[in-house]
Write a protein that binds this ligand. Structure first.
Ligand code: HEC
Length: 195
């Protein structure tokens, strides 16, 4: 009997607390967040990016990175998306990728995923989408580049530039392939140029 009472008292207490939490959290002020659990999450010590900040000269928290700096791990490619940039990359940029079987095999997998739908599995420009009205890209071994010269003569720099920026109907693959992956694909395209 005593045990039953204990449970009742406990139950009533829980209900009372729950009810008062509910009532106090729905105040009349509609803009109030009400009862806050762990207020540090809202009123933390760190500055928010959009907050005023007396520690910097311009009074802003979000600072522009100093000129000439790059994020950690970022690989520079200082050749603009122009015909001149393409030709310059052709002369100056060489693949830093070791010519190993593993890199070649990874290049093949990446090519099959990202490029073969248009360029075809053997690089002849007869990928699946060309059967649905998409213009055929030129064959890597027998075609002509729209920027002059035979496709089989495309250099490291030209192919890397194309993957980075795209060309005409072909989009950029810079957001899908990181620099190392691009070089692996370049390695595989050199193989397709010989077919
Ligand atoms: C959506 C279809 C499509 C995909 C996917 C695609 N390409 Fe292309 N690609 C084209 C077309 C079309 C051209 C011809 C563009 C032109 O010269 O007008 C082309 C041209 C090229 C060229 C020749 C550039 C030059 O200098 O003439 C290279 C190299 C190339 N693509 C590589 C790749 C690689 C590598 C991938 C995968 C990462 C890829 N492409 C994915 C459609 C595609």
């Amino acid at each position: 009997m005593l045990a039953m009472n204990k449970f009742r008292i406990l139950g009533a207490t829980v209900i009372t607390i729950a009810a008062s939490v509910m009532i106090t959290s729905c105040g009349h002020d509609k803009r109030s967040t009400g009862w806050e659990y762990a207020p540090n999450m809202y009123e933390h010590i760190a500055y928010d990016p959009d907050q005023k900040n007396p520690n910097f000269k311009d009074g802003k928290t979000a600072q522009v990175p100093p000129a000439g700096t790059i994020p950690v791990g970022f690989v520079r490619f200082d050749y603009p998306n122009t015909k001149d940039g393409y030709e310059k990359a052709s002369l100056e940029v060489k693949s830093p990728m070791a010519q190993t079987k593993q890199n070649f095999a990874e290049g093949q997998v990446l090519f099959m995923h990202y490029c073969s739908p248009c360029h075809g599995e053997t690089g002849q420009g007869d990928g699946l989408v060309t059967q649905h009205g998409y213009p055929n890209p030129p064959s890597y071994s027998k075609g002509q580049s729209s920027r002059g010269g035979a496709m089989k003569d495309l250099t490291d720099g030209k192919i890397y530039h194309t993957i980075t920026y795209g060309v005409n109907a072909m989009g950029s693959y810079a957001s899908q392939l990181n620099p190392d992956e691009r070089w692996k694909v370049v390695m595989y395209i050199h193989h397709l140029q010989t077919l």
